[in-house]
Design a protein around this ligand. Structure first.
Ligand SMILES: [Fe+2]
Ligand SMILES: [Fe+2]
Ligand SMILES: [Fe+2]
Length: 425
């Protein structure tokens, strides 16, 4: 089995994208991951458990889909706080290497409740969930506008006041022990922390194969798409169509897997776009449209940081470039746009106009082919790729429908997920 990419590399680049959604949550996932890791270390957890709680920290709020929810979670624990935790966990748990992290995430707002928080409905809650909870509440209290060291005393006295009721007393002890060390706070708030994290921890244990990356990318496609019912199946459809097109055009098996990953991740940058824009009924105004357009830029800059993802990045992030040079964000001309990116661009349009959305039906074959030929005529899309689409319309459309039906089932599962409602302390 060929090792392809390091899972930590991948996840800490991607976890950052969701934090771009608003200035206030900048680096929240990383801060919590770091603080949780230090508490786990001080509490005597094993190296493996430290890595798992770190991973869980990087992804813990990924089930909170709107910017409003992200902001609210920063300093409040509302009664429905378990919703995003349960959603995040059930999206992530299908990927085996993230199973433990998902379990930690599911319970990351569980109060200690004088020991009763060790169990939930008869099942044991991982101690690491309580570590994550504590780290999350600590990180949320740091005011980024002031020097951090001057805030430590007041943060600690608030945490101490909740030992037993909200936080496990042993973990509070472990936290208080490390809280006296300046470097822990300076690290937590250090912009470049992620550059040195890999040197602090041994990250070399989780190399993924390309097949595992396909599975993980699919998990991320759900996180990207499920933020809005308008697009809940979009990336799954684009990935399936792009992969099938690549096969029809003679790409190798490995290249087809690469295309599948790129398809799942092509709209990754949408994690940085507020739901109010993603879901706005009617036309976006000029400012909103500019924000919306920035998503493919954020996809590019996020994937660029992942070693081994060079081709995936090109095929994923250039999906709004156009052969006539009028696309974005680079305004590349035809000669700068590789065939893989041209396939993605056409697959994106194809999926977008054929899929049903809550407010409209997908287009019929004739209308789709008309739209595509218009886009070939004005030199937006590749004539070669579009001719393959029109020759194989039924097969491609069937392939899209099948992939999207599977994604829809997943989406409905998330929507119906039961989750506990927090008792107000
Ligand atoms: Fe949370
Ligand atoms: Fe959080
Ligand atoms: Fe896009």
């Amino acid at each position: 089995m060929n090792k392809f990419v390091n899972m930590y590399d991948l996840i800490y680049c991607i976890s950052n994208t969701g934090d771009l959604i608003s200035n206030e949550v900048t680096n929240h996932h990383k801060k919590v991951a770091y603080m949780a890791f230090r508490i786990a270390e001080a509490a005597g957890l094993t190296k493996q458990q430290q890595r798992e709680v770190f991973l869980a920290g990087l992804l813990h709020d990924i089930g909170a889909f709107s910017s409003a929810e992200r902001l609210e979670l920063l300093d409040k624990e509302t009664p429905v706080v378990h919703r995003h935790a349960f959603i995040g966990a059930s999206i992530l748990e299908v990927f085996e290497p993230l199973k433990n992290a998902a379990e930690i995430i599911r319970y990351h707002h569980m109060p200690w409740d004088n020991g009763r928080g060790e169990l939930f409905e008869g099942k044991s809650v991982p101690l690491s969930s309580h570590i994550l909870h504590l780290a999350d509440r600590i990180a949320g209290q740091i005011d980024p506008g002031r020097g951090v060291i001057g805030q430590v005393n007041s943060i600690s006295s608030r945490i101490k006041g909740k030992a037993g009721s909200v936080f496990a007393p042993d973990l509070v002890e472990a936290y208080l022990d490390i809280s006296t060390r300046d470097y822990v706070w300076l690290d937590t708030t250090f912009e470049a922390l992620m550059m040195i994290m890999p040197n602090m921890m041994s990250f070399d244990t989780l190399e993924l194969t390309i097949d595992q990356v396909v599975d993980l990318a699919k998990v991320f496609a759900h996180i990207i798409d499920f933020r809005s019912p308008f697009t809940a199946k979009h990336s799954s459809g684009v990935a399936a169509v792009a992969e099938r097109l690549a096969g029809m055009m003679g790409f190798s098996e490995n290249e087809r897997k690469t295309m599948l990953i790129a398809g799942y991740l092509h709209d990754l940058g949408k994690l940085a776009i507020g739901q109010e824009i993603l879901e706005k009924p009617g036309k976006l105004d000029a400012d909103e449209f500019n924000i919306m357009k920035s998503h493919s830029y954020y996809t590019y800059r996020t994937l660029q940081a992942i070693r081994g993802f060079e081709t995936i990045n090109l095929w994923a992030s250039l999906h709004h470039e156009r052969l006539n040079g009028k696309g974005y964000p680079f305004r590349y001309k035809a000669e700068d746009i590789p065939l893989g990116s041209r396939i993605m661009a056409a697959a994106d349009v194809f999926a977008a106009i054929t899929e049903d959305r809550p407010y409209r039906q997908g287009m019929t074959r004739d209308s789709v082919l008309k739209v595509l030929s218009g886009l070939v005529e004005n030199e937006s899309l590749s004539p070669l790729v579009c001719s393959v689409i029109s020759e194989n319309f039924e097969e491609l459309n069937h392939c899209r429908e099948k992939a999207q039906a599977a994604a829809a089932t997943e989406y409905q599962k998330i929507g119906k997920l039961p989750y506990p409602v927090l008792k107000q302390a």
